[in-house]
Design a protein around this ligand. Structure first.
Ligand code: FES
Length: 580
């Protein structure tokens, strides 16, 4: 043991032959750790979102064991630690409500502990951004390993996709086309292996975003959860993070503006989830990159969607991996000059282009040629107008093309409960041309900005064969959902945005090509309605205490990434010494 200063961060804990070093080492030794593990080896944290309540991440103990093998093999010492696991399927009111909470847990766990680098184990939708946000605020060397998607769902002899089939079959039940028993029989077949949703939902989107950002090894996004190659990748990531720790290859060297622009382009090409717009903004904010909603238009629009996956297309993540995964997509973009920054550095020390330039495409139906895309212009459509002064988004690849330019009268729901109560009313005044408007489902209003924006259609219209309508709200939408759905209206109704004062019968205009979302009332009328709305406001007593109080007081709007105002920014990994 030496008292000489060492380069590794962990040496502040374990590198001194004095009282403090004794105490740090001694307690760790109760786990049976020999002396030599503390003698200058990089200490690698394995930040684990394992939880049996997050079924998509329930196989992460095994994943962590394979990361450890890699860390040991490369000469590091792995230490696994748990963080808050915000699973999408069980957690109420919505996993988004606790994304920032989880990120705080990650940030403080990394900064406060003797870690030189971390492997982030994430999978379910919000766990990936939460871990990247927390690690970015510390700016330590980090590599992400996601848990991988589930195998294809199977039901009545056909493949079914996570989430997407739920929306499809439940509409068929409402339309009287199938029985509730038939619907329920799809339950076990949809989720028949470990892993995340197998559509291009938010989990797969965020895994692709992480790969395009360069914070994973190539192919991380698509390898199925139960494929042995997922565990090989975990092992290799464990080996690589040791090198990254020794090279001090921190997240700020990977998460550059260029990397985010590559990710935005990739999102358009894969037909990714609208949630990516919120999460990328939040991650960028933590590392000091000023990403704007309009960057999605500037960089993403005009990019064809070439990945034919549900919910926009036909296939599932298994086929995506067998076809070549994200490297094949990025190669296709790069060869057409559509990869904005091929020289961006990635976690393995190579550039993005070096990683993908020879990536094969084994299935041109799944990863289609650029001249035969699924959607010609797949970039997220950013909308503005007097109904959304700070923006709203729509996913064209999941919408009905004929509805992308539409004018209709509003049918207004004051909140999600009001929607659930009235949408089934056979006397509801609504036609296929109406625009369904829902308020108070934004970050502050719900709170947590629930994934309820893809409001199911009125049963009486479903029975007539209507399959899509224009819907507008301040909510989010599951990445597995589809429809002509305007989301993330900002400012939200609860924050006094114009959405708060839309009334039944108002004319609403949607024009995706022009990027316009307009309510047909004049400025004077708008000002009068907003003044009356403000006058009538009272505080919801449920917002007065607990984490909910912190959330509602500090959450930013959708166009700002829904982070807490006080968490934006990189605070580094320095920490005052312990007072032993
Ligand atoms: Fe966890 Fe979809 S619910 S990934």
């Amino acid at each position: 043991m030496t008292d000489q200063p060492r380069k590794l961060r962990s040496a502040q804990w374990f590198g001194t032959a004095d009282k403090n070093g004794f105490m740090y080492r001694s307690w760790m030794k109760n786990q049976g750790i020999p002396d030599h593990e503390f003698e200058g080896k990089p200490i690698i944290g394995i930040c684990n979102t394992f939880s049996e309540l997050t079924p998509c991440n329930a196989h992460f103990r095994k994943l962590a064991e394979h990361v450890k093998r890699g860390v040991f093999e490369a000469g590091g010492f792995p230490v696994e630690f748990p963080v808050f696991s915000n699973g999408e399927s069980n957690l109420r009111p919505t996993a988004m409500f606790t994304r920032n909470l989880a990120s705080m847990d990650v940030e403080e766990s990394i900064r406060g502990n003797p870690l030189d680098a971390v492997v982030l184990l994430a999978g379910c939708d919000k766990t990936t951004p939460a871990l990247l946000m927390g690690a970015a605020s510390c700016d330590v060397p980090a590599i992400l390993v996601t848990g991988g998607p589930m195998l294809n769902g199977k039901h009545h002899g056909r493949d079914i996709g996570s989430g997407t089939v739920v929306w499809q079959l439940s509409e068929q039940v409402k339309a009287g086309k199938i029985s509730i028993h038939e619907f329920m029989s799809a339950e076990a077949g949809m989720s028949r292996s470990a892993g995340t949703c197998n559509t291009m939902g938010t989990a797969s989107t965020m895994a692709c975003m992480a790969e395009a950002l360069g914070v994973t090894l190539p192919h991380n996004a698509a390898i199925p959860a139960v494929d042995a190659r997922r565990y090989v990748l975990a092992h290799l990531s464990g080996m690589r993070i040791v090198e990254m720790a020794l090279q001090d290859l921190r997240l700020s060297k990977l998460l550059t503006r260029e990397a985010f622009e590559n990710a935005i382009r990739a999102n358009a090409a894969i037909g990714g989830s609208t949630n990516a717009a919120i999460h990328l903004k939040a991650i960028a904010g933590r590392i000091g990159v000023d990403l704007a909603l309009d960057d999605w238009t500037r960089v993403g629009r005009g990019t064809p969607t070439i990945v034919d996956l549900q919910p926009s297309g036909r296939f599932l993540m298994e086929e995506f991996y067998y076809a070549g995964g994200l490297p094949a997509v990025l190669r296709r973009l790069g060869e057409a000059g559509l990869l904005p920054h091929p020289d961006a550095l990635t976690a393995n020390g190579r550039t993005l282009w070096e990683n993908v330039k020879e990536a094969p495409n084994y299935n041109e139906e799944v990863i289609r040629p650029l001249n035969n895309p699924l959607v010609t212009d797949g970039g997220l459509c950013v909308l503005r107008g007097n109904l959304a002064p700070n923006g709203a988004v729509l996913k064209p690849s999941a919408a009905t093309p004929a509805l992308l330019k539409h004018r209709g009268r509003a049918v207004v729901f004051e909140n999600f409960d009001d929607y659930k109560k009235r949408i089934v009313d056979p006397d509801l005044e609504v036609t296929a041309d109406s625009v369904l408007v829902m308020k108070n489902c934004g970050p502050k209003g719900y709170p947590g900005m629930a994934e309820v924006g893809n409001m199911g259609l009125p049963p009486k219209l479903l029975a007539q064969g209507v399959t899509d309508m224009v819907r507008v709200s301040d909510a989010r939408m599951s990445g597995t959902a589809y429809g002509t759905v305007v989301l993330h209206v900002a400012p939200e109704a609860r924050a006094g945005g114009p959405l708060a004062v839309v009334r039944n019968g108002d004319w609403i205009e949607l024009d995706c090509e022009a990027g316009r979302l307009h309510i047909d009332i004049d400025d004077k009328e708008m000002a009068a309605r907003l003044a009356a709305w403000k006058e009538a406001q009272t505080r919801n007593p449920k917002d007065a205490s607990g984490y909910r109080n912190l959330y509602v007081e500090h959450v930013l709007q959708a166009d700002e990434g829904c982070d807490f105002d006080f968490l934006v920014g990189c605070r580094g990994a320095e920490v005052p010494p312990h007072s032993h």
